[in-house]
Design a protein around this ligand. Structure first.
Ligand code: FAD
Length: 551
């Protein structure tokens, strides 16, 4: 059965009528990772997501698969080791969606790191993260650093370090996980929200009341032996609903990224640099833009809709202008932005950037298992820990056997390649066939989005060339694929979370908003008011990405 809104009625009925071993709340990287691990071990799994898959923090990160070099400064060796070692695993399982990315750490006068401490830090990082020899850090002198990144200020640079990270599209990783879990038998549904819990006479959770967020009058109960709360920044909202919000609590911090046209910030490669206040910031070039982030500020506002303020943009622009030679950016140069919330565990007296990024499992007297904190990169390990616990709990009550965790070597959908050479070969074949029609950049982009599914999309784009120009043909063939295979309901699902075009291809997609809305509405047989709401929503989001009037 296709993972599509077209089958929503069937999924809703199954959710309401079956009973499950595990109900996961939250369709971010954590929840989808748990659903995949659990279904592969033989559990009967359901997952509900109140907005779209990846709606929360998992579409708003820096989009790096990294161990977090800066956590060494806080002596978080275990975190760096655990998450750092996951990088190679995530890469191997998602060869199309995760790309090796060399990162330059410039050493500058008055910066937070000196030559020796940088060299030692990067050496420890490589060691902890188990980086293979060929990819270990390389220290550069001043001349080599400026060759690697000519945009740095020559009078400030003392040297640098090159080290190895990976880049991804966070929400694509989420949807590939969701698709893989679905293909293996899990039932995952977006726009379905847990409102409250169902408990037995002893107060133990045995399911949840779920609201259909598309037909809001529909409320149904989902029965499950175990319920896991993987709701990211909303974890405490659900713990409150469970009446178990005692002890450890979340501290949300907001992180903002801004997008600048590449011509205005032409960094040759990804740079991890000092902001004037001593924090570290990434500048990452890709497809005609450079994105820069992040901020880190305490957040106590609306969790559903975090936004970028003027102050956030000023902070980042100031840091860029301070670091790069001859760059004088202003707010008008920002062509898009995103704001995300880190679901961290509160620690008394600590500043936002000092709060630990490690994950934490909290069990409540009702049996609710909540997971908070953590990194995108560490999702698989977090899922393994959670599912170990779930299996233990079920075994405590029932005589059942489950398969062992297999996610260390389990390619995600779109990554049907035995190794990176094979993935590269597939990409080259795509280029041979489709580059003359669509150009290299677009073919490569499609490959990194959809991997081994790309040929279907590109072939359909060829058939669309009768109606559309090449760029539109590509947009509508992706849209068609996402409608049939990636459970999209709205234009925002497509442009924000399935393609990221809102951030990375804004000029080409902005004029097409109405046409895309029409296409989705027609294919999904939506009502006129749903179509209007959708168009209104996406227009607001496009506007909000460049509106920094909020203080
Ligand atoms: P979320 O992605 O927020 O998912 C939770 C989901 O639960 C949401 O989609 C929400 O809609 C849903 N939900 C909430 N309530 C309900 C309910 N009642 N019913 C149903 N569903 C519900 N990590 C890295 O490894 N690399 C990075 O480069 C990186 N950069 C970052 C930059 C920033 C600015 C931030 C904020 C974080 C960054 N992180 C990074 C951390 C990483 O993004 C997060 O750890 C991760 O995305 C959290 O995922 P999650 O699934 O736990 O939460």
């Amino acid at each position: 059965m296709e993972f599509s809104y077209i089958n929503r009625k069937y999924f809703l009925e199954k959710l309401a009528n079956d009973s499950f071993d595990l109900l996961v709340i939250g369709g971010g990287i954590t929840g989808c990772g748990i659903a995949l691990d659990a279904v592969l071990r033989g559990l009967k799994v359901a997952l509900v997501e109140k907005f779209d898959f990846g709606y929360g923090t998992s579409s708003r990160s820096t989009k790096l698969i990294h161990g977090g070099l800066r956590y060494l400064k806080q002596f978080e060796f275990k975190l760096v080791r655990d998450v750092g070692r996951e990088r190679a695993i995530v890469y191997r399982n998602a060869l199309h969606a995760v790309l090796p990315e060399k990162m330059l750490l410039p050493i500058v006068e008055g910066g937070s790191l000196g030559k020796q401490s940088s060299s030692l830090g990067l050496w420890i990082y490589d060691l902890l993260a188990g980086v293979k020899k060929s990819e270990r850090r390389k220290m550069l002198n001043k001349h080599e650093t400026l060759l690697a990144e000519p945009l740095l200020k020559p009078d400030k640079v003392l040297g640098g370090g090159l080290y190895f990270e990976y880049r991804t599209d966070d929400s694509r990783l989420v949807i590939e996980l969701a698709k893989t879990a679905h293909a293996n038998g899990a039932l995952l549904l977006n726009y379905a929200q847990v409102n409250s819990f169902i408990k037995d006479a002893e107060g133990k959770i045995e399911g949840a009341w779920v609201q259909d967020n598309i037909n809001k009058d529909k409320l149904f109960c989902v029965r499950s032996k175990i319920v896991v709360n993987a709701a990211g920044p909303w974890v405490d909202t659900l713990r409150k609903e469970d009446s178990s919000l005692q002890g450890k609590r979340l501290q949300l911090t907001k992180g903002v990224h801004i997008v600048i046209p590449y011509s205005k910030l032409p960094v040759r490669q990804a740079v991890y640099f000092d902001a004037p206040d001593g924090r570290m910031i990434f500048a990452i070039p890709r497809n005609g833009i450079t994105y820069v982030g992040t901020t880190d500020t305490v957040y106590n506002d609306d969790i559903d809709y975090p936004t970028t303020t003027r102050e956030d943009v000023e902070y980042l622009i100031n840091a860029i202008n301070n670091m790069f030679n001859g760059i004088r950016l202003s707010q008008n140069d920002v062509v898009s932005s995103w704001a995300g919330l880190r679901p961290l565990i509160h620690e008394d007296g600590k500043a936002p950037s000092e709060l630990s990024r490690k994950d934490e499992i909290i069990e409540s007297p009702s049996g609710l298992i909540s997971i908070a904190g953590g990194k995108l990169t560490g999702f698989r390990l977090m899922a393994e820990k959670i599912v170990d616990l779930v299996v233990k709990k079920i075994r405590h009550k029932e005589d059942r056997t489950f398969r062992k965790c297999v996610t260390k070597k389990f390619p995600l959908r779109g990554s049907n390649f035995s190794n990176s050479n094979e993935a590269e070969k597939y990409k080259q074949q795509l280029l041979l066939q489709f580059k003359p029609l669509f150009g290299e950049e677009y073919v490569v982009t499609i490959f990194h989005r959809f991997g081994s599914e790309s040929v279907r999309i590109l072939e359909e784009a060829v058939s669309f060339l009768k109606e559309f120009d090449p760029l539109e043909a590509l947009i509508f063939s992706q849209l068609d694929y996402c409608i049939r295979n990636e459970s999209i309901y709205s234009v925002a699902d497509f442009l924000v979370r399935r393609t990221g075009d809102l951030y990375f291809n804004r000029p080409a997609t902005l004029p097409l908003l109405e046409k895309i809305t029409d296409y989705i509405s027609q294919k999904l047989k939506l009502l006129p008011h749903q179509k209007d709401e959708m168009l209104h929503e996406i227009s607001r989001i496009y506007q909000q990405a460049v509106d920094f009037s909020k203080q």
